[in-house]
Design a protein around this ligand. Structure first.
Ligand code: MG
Length: 203
Protein backbone atom coordinates (compact mmCIF):
# COMPACT_ATOMS: atom_id res chain seq x y z
CA UNK A 1 0.00 0.00 0.00
CA UNK A 2 0.96 3.62 -0.31
CA UNK A 3 0.10 6.82 1.48
CA UNK A 4 -0.74 9.88 -0.56
CA UNK A 5 -0.70 13.19 1.30
CA UNK A 6 -2.18 16.50 0.24
CA UNK A 7 -0.29 19.66 1.05
CA UNK A 8 -1.88 23.09 1.49
CA UNK A 9 -5.50 21.96 1.26
CA UNK A 10 -6.86 24.45 3.81
CA UNK A 11 -6.48 28.16 3.05
CA UNK A 12 -5.73 29.21 6.63
CA UNK A 13 -3.02 26.57 6.95
CA UNK A 14 -1.36 27.60 3.67
CA UNK A 15 -1.35 31.18 5.01
CA UNK A 16 0.08 30.30 8.43
CA UNK A 17 3.15 28.82 6.71
CA UNK A 18 3.33 31.70 4.19
CA UNK A 19 2.61 29.36 1.29
CA UNK A 20 0.58 30.35 -1.76
CA UNK A 21 -2.93 28.89 -2.00
CA UNK A 22 -2.65 26.25 -4.73
CA UNK A 23 -4.79 26.20 -7.86
CA UNK A 24 -4.17 22.43 -8.24
CA UNK A 25 -3.76 19.81 -5.50
CA UNK A 26 -0.18 19.39 -4.24
CA UNK A 27 0.59 15.83 -3.22
CA UNK A 28 3.49 13.74 -1.95
CA UNK A 29 3.96 10.20 -0.65
CA UNK A 30 4.83 8.43 2.54
CA UNK A 31 5.85 4.75 2.45
CA UNK A 32 4.09 1.92 4.27
CA UNK A 33 6.76 2.08 6.99
CA UNK A 34 5.40 5.50 7.98
CA UNK A 35 2.30 3.92 9.52
CA UNK A 36 1.98 3.85 13.32
CA UNK A 37 -1.06 1.96 14.57
CA UNK A 38 -2.97 1.01 17.69
CA UNK A 39 -2.11 4.09 19.74
CA UNK A 40 1.48 2.95 20.06
CA UNK A 41 3.98 5.42 21.47
CA UNK A 42 5.78 7.63 18.97
CA UNK A 43 9.51 8.09 19.52
CA UNK A 44 10.78 11.60 18.82
CA UNK A 45 13.34 11.27 16.00
CA UNK A 46 16.88 12.47 16.62
CA UNK A 47 17.22 14.20 13.22
CA UNK A 48 14.81 17.04 14.01
CA UNK A 49 14.34 19.59 16.74
CA UNK A 50 11.07 21.00 15.39
CA UNK A 51 8.60 18.16 14.90
CA UNK A 52 5.08 19.40 14.10
CA UNK A 53 1.68 17.77 14.32
CA UNK A 54 -0.70 18.05 11.35
CA UNK A 55 -4.04 16.36 12.04
CA UNK A 56 -5.79 15.21 8.86
CA UNK A 57 -8.82 13.32 7.61
CA UNK A 58 -7.70 10.03 6.06
CA UNK A 59 -9.55 8.24 3.26
CA UNK A 60 -9.06 4.49 2.84
CA UNK A 61 -9.32 3.33 -0.77
CA UNK A 62 -11.61 0.31 -1.14
CA UNK A 63 -11.60 -0.23 -4.91
CA UNK A 64 -8.82 -0.07 -7.48
CA UNK A 65 -8.96 2.71 -10.02
CA UNK A 66 -7.15 4.81 -12.56
CA UNK A 67 -8.43 7.97 -14.25
CA UNK A 68 -11.39 7.99 -11.86
CA UNK A 69 -14.04 10.55 -12.78
CA UNK A 70 -14.93 12.86 -9.90
CA UNK A 71 -18.59 11.81 -10.06
CA UNK A 72 -17.58 8.15 -9.52
CA UNK A 73 -14.89 8.80 -6.92
CA UNK A 74 -17.27 8.05 -4.03
CA UNK A 75 -17.38 4.41 -5.17
CA UNK A 76 -13.68 4.06 -4.37
CA UNK A 77 -13.82 4.54 -0.58
CA UNK A 78 -16.03 3.35 2.25
CA UNK A 79 -14.21 4.44 5.39
CA UNK A 80 -12.79 7.67 6.76
CA UNK A 81 -10.27 7.92 9.55
CA UNK A 82 -7.99 10.41 11.19
CA UNK A 83 -4.22 10.58 11.26
CA UNK A 84 -1.25 12.82 11.84
CA UNK A 85 1.12 13.88 9.10
CA UNK A 86 4.17 14.36 11.32
CA UNK A 87 6.51 16.89 9.78
CA UNK A 88 10.09 17.77 10.67
CA UNK A 89 9.48 21.45 10.02
CA UNK A 90 13.14 22.42 10.30
CA UNK A 91 14.13 19.91 7.62
CA UNK A 92 11.15 20.81 5.46
CA UNK A 93 12.02 24.52 5.60
CA UNK A 94 15.57 23.74 4.43
CA UNK A 95 14.26 21.59 1.58
CA UNK A 96 11.70 24.19 0.54
CA UNK A 97 14.35 26.93 0.43
CA UNK A 98 16.43 24.80 -1.92
CA UNK A 99 13.43 23.68 -3.98
CA UNK A 100 14.12 20.06 -3.03
CA UNK A 101 11.64 17.24 -2.27
CA UNK A 102 10.17 16.96 1.23
CA UNK A 103 10.59 13.26 1.92
CA UNK A 104 13.22 13.52 4.65
CA UNK A 105 10.84 15.83 6.52
CA UNK A 106 7.66 13.84 5.88
CA UNK A 107 8.21 10.19 4.99
CA UNK A 108 10.25 8.87 7.91
CA UNK A 109 9.25 5.82 9.96
CA UNK A 110 6.08 6.28 12.01
CA UNK A 111 5.42 9.73 10.54
CA UNK A 112 1.82 8.69 9.82
CA UNK A 113 0.00 7.60 13.00
CA UNK A 114 -3.55 6.51 12.21
CA UNK A 115 -6.45 5.53 14.41
CA UNK A 116 -9.76 3.85 13.86
CA UNK A 117 -11.79 4.14 10.66
CA UNK A 118 -15.54 4.78 10.44
CA UNK A 119 -17.89 3.84 7.63
CA UNK A 120 -18.84 6.96 5.71
CA UNK A 121 -22.54 6.16 6.06
CA UNK A 122 -22.18 6.84 9.80
CA UNK A 123 -20.56 10.23 9.32
CA UNK A 124 -23.23 12.27 7.55
CA UNK A 125 -22.19 14.95 5.07
CA UNK A 126 -18.53 14.35 4.21
CA UNK A 127 -18.14 18.04 3.43
CA UNK A 128 -19.16 18.95 6.99
CA UNK A 129 -16.85 16.74 9.04
CA UNK A 130 -15.24 18.29 12.08
CA UNK A 131 -11.71 17.25 12.91
CA UNK A 132 -9.53 18.24 15.77
CA UNK A 133 -6.45 17.49 17.82
CA UNK A 134 -5.85 17.89 21.53
CA UNK A 135 -2.35 18.12 22.94
CA UNK A 136 -2.27 17.29 26.65
CA UNK A 137 -6.06 17.70 26.74
CA UNK A 138 -6.10 21.18 25.17
CA UNK A 139 -7.29 21.92 21.64
CA UNK A 140 -4.43 22.80 19.28
CA UNK A 141 -6.16 22.21 15.94
CA UNK A 142 -9.84 22.39 15.01
CA UNK A 143 -11.16 22.39 11.48
CA UNK A 144 -13.95 21.28 9.22
CA UNK A 145 -13.85 19.52 5.87
CA UNK A 146 -15.98 22.38 4.50
CA UNK A 147 -12.74 24.43 4.64
CA UNK A 148 -10.89 22.06 2.31
CA UNK A 149 -9.88 23.69 -0.97
CA UNK A 150 -10.19 20.35 -2.82
CA UNK A 151 -12.84 17.81 -1.80
CA UNK A 152 -12.15 14.12 -1.25
CA UNK A 153 -13.77 13.24 -4.58
CA UNK A 154 -11.80 15.90 -6.44
CA UNK A 155 -8.54 14.70 -4.86
CA UNK A 156 -9.23 11.10 -5.91
CA UNK A 157 -10.03 12.18 -9.47
CA UNK A 158 -6.93 14.37 -9.65
CA UNK A 159 -4.42 11.95 -8.12
CA UNK A 160 -5.71 8.97 -10.11
CA UNK A 161 -4.84 10.72 -13.37
CA UNK A 162 -1.21 10.18 -12.42
CA UNK A 163 -1.18 7.28 -9.97
CA UNK A 164 -3.36 4.15 -9.86
CA UNK A 165 -5.17 3.72 -6.56
CA UNK A 166 -5.23 0.30 -4.95
CA UNK A 167 -7.24 -1.24 -2.14
CA UNK A 168 -5.83 -0.20 1.22
CA UNK A 169 -4.08 2.93 -0.02
CA UNK A 170 -4.56 5.88 2.30
CA UNK A 171 -5.05 9.51 1.35
CA UNK A 172 -4.20 12.15 3.95
CA UNK A 173 -6.30 15.11 2.86
CA UNK A 174 -4.37 18.03 4.34
CA UNK A 175 -4.32 19.82 7.66
CA UNK A 176 -6.31 22.75 8.96
CA UNK A 177 -4.58 25.67 10.71
CA UNK A 178 -2.97 25.37 14.11
CA UNK A 179 0.02 23.15 13.33
CA UNK A 180 2.73 23.35 15.94
CA UNK A 181 5.54 21.58 17.75
CA UNK A 182 5.31 18.49 19.95
CA UNK A 183 7.65 17.56 22.78
CA UNK A 184 8.60 14.35 24.49
CA UNK A 185 5.90 13.56 27.05
CA UNK A 186 3.02 15.10 25.07
CA UNK A 187 -0.22 13.13 24.64
CA UNK A 188 -1.95 13.63 21.28
CA UNK A 189 -5.64 12.78 20.93
CA UNK A 190 -7.55 13.13 17.67
CA UNK A 191 -11.27 13.60 17.10
CA UNK A 192 -13.55 13.19 14.10
CA UNK A 193 -17.08 14.55 14.66
CA UNK A 194 -16.30 14.43 18.40
CA UNK A 195 -15.44 10.72 18.25
CA UNK A 196 -12.03 9.89 19.71
CA UNK A 197 -10.04 8.29 16.90
CA UNK A 198 -6.59 7.88 18.43
CA UNK A 199 -4.59 8.82 21.50
CA UNK A 200 -0.89 8.24 21.89
CA UNK A 201 2.16 9.57 23.63
CA UNK A 202 5.42 11.11 22.38
CA UNK A 203 8.42 9.36 23.95
MG1 MG B 1 -0.03 17.58 5.95
Amino acid sequence: MKIICLGRNYINHAKELNNPVPSKPVFFFKPETAILKKNEDFFYPEFTSDLHHEVELVVKISKVGKHIAEKFAHKHYEEIGLGIDFTARDLQDEQKKKGLPWEIAKAFDHSAPIGRFIHKSELGDLQQLSLGLKKNNEWVQQGNSSQMIFTIDYIIAYVSQFVSLKIGDLIFTGTPEGVGPVQIGDQLTGFLNDIEMFSFKIR
